[in-house]
Design a protein around this ligand. Structure first.
Ligand SMILES: Nc1ncnc2c1ncn2[C@@H]1O[C@H](COP(=O)(O)OP(=O)(O)O)[C@@H](O)[C@H]1O
Ligand SMILES: [Mg+2]
Length: 265
């Protein structure tokens, strides 16, 4: 079981709206995340899971709503119409600060192909945080060790398995010392054994008290590690409950039952 969360709220989203053309994806989403919480986000394809987590760190610009991470607050004005370039300089600065306090791990790893594993992990601290090269290197070596890749620092992504690449991507996200890490289906592109090695790293991270929002179809992870499960349907969070409660209630709710039935759990 992961470390119990504290009562301190690290992320709060209120009334998030996001549409793509005519398609309203998020329609007033609210969410509160406590320090050390592990939240698993479930829902069928197209239900808005990716849009939600991308909106929380402004990889996607919400049309309206409020996002606060570690006390850094951004009010998304409707006048910006979901476009970053229409936001004021002050708002963009706040968004950049929120990005620096969060990290994202993608389904497709997104490593720089021309950099070694070690250089991938060093890149953020060097170019964004302006950390000295020696310190960035020390930090990166420590993190590669932590994801059990201490001996593969010199390898280029194309010489690593998918599971190894994803573990490098996790090390890279941790190098920026984030307060919250978002995972978007981190194991969906992997075969079972590699999935387990990545899930193991994520479990260790949860055990160490990291605040995590995880979009995944890995029900074992949800059952074993989640403090809360959110279930999304058509852009709405229709369940937000402790994991054991979620799985108990699932039998009574048709949409959840259908979803879990498709995953055969
Ligand atoms: N950049 C985009 N442009 C247009 N439509 C998008 C874009 N991103 C997502 N969508 C649409 O928004 C809906 C929700 O997508 P997404 O958040 O990716 O769902 P999920 O991650 O749950 O599969 C889908 O209908 C998808 O087609
Ligand atoms: Mg998605």
């Amino acid at each position: 079981m992961n470390t119990p969360p504290t009562s301190r709220v690290v992320l709060r989203a209120t009334g998030l709206h996001k549409r793509f053309g005519d398609h309203a994806v998020l329609t007033g989403t609210d969410l509160e995340v406590k320090h050390g919480e592990v939240i698993v986000i479930l829902g069928s394809s197209g239900s808005g899971k990716t849009t939600l987590i991308r909106s929380l760190n402004f990889l996607e610009m919400p049309d309206s709503g409020h996002v606060e991470v570690c006390g850094i607050s951004v009010e998304c004005e409707t006048s910006a119409r979901g476009k970053l370039e229409r936001c004021s300089r002050g708002q963009r600065r706040q968004m950049a600060l929120i990005r620096r306090n969060t990290a994202m791990v993608f389904q497709s790893f997104n490593l720089f192909p021309h950099l070694t594993a070690l250089e991938n992990v060093m890149e953020g601290p060097l170019s964004v945080q302006r950390v000295a090269r020696d310190e960035a290197r020390r930090r990166a070596l420590r993190l590669l060790d932590r994801v059990a890749l201490g001996d593969r620092g010199d390898a280029y992504p194309r010489h690593l398995s998918g599971g190894q690449q994803q573990r490098v991507a996790i090390a890279r996200s941790l190098a920026m010392e984030p307060k919250v890490v978002f995972f978007d289906e981190p194991t969906s592109a992997l075969d079972p054994q590699m999935r387990d090695e990545v899930l193991q790293v994520m479990k260790e991270l949860a055990d160490a008290g990291m605040t995590m929002l995880v979009v995944t179809h890995e029900m074992r992870f949800a059952r074993d590690m989640a403090d809360r499960v959110l279930f999304m349907d058509s852009g709405r969070i229709i369940h937000d409950s402790p994991a054991d409660q979620f799985f108990k209630d699932a039998n009574n709710d048709l949409r959840t039952r259908r979803f879990l039935g498709k995953l055969a759990v």
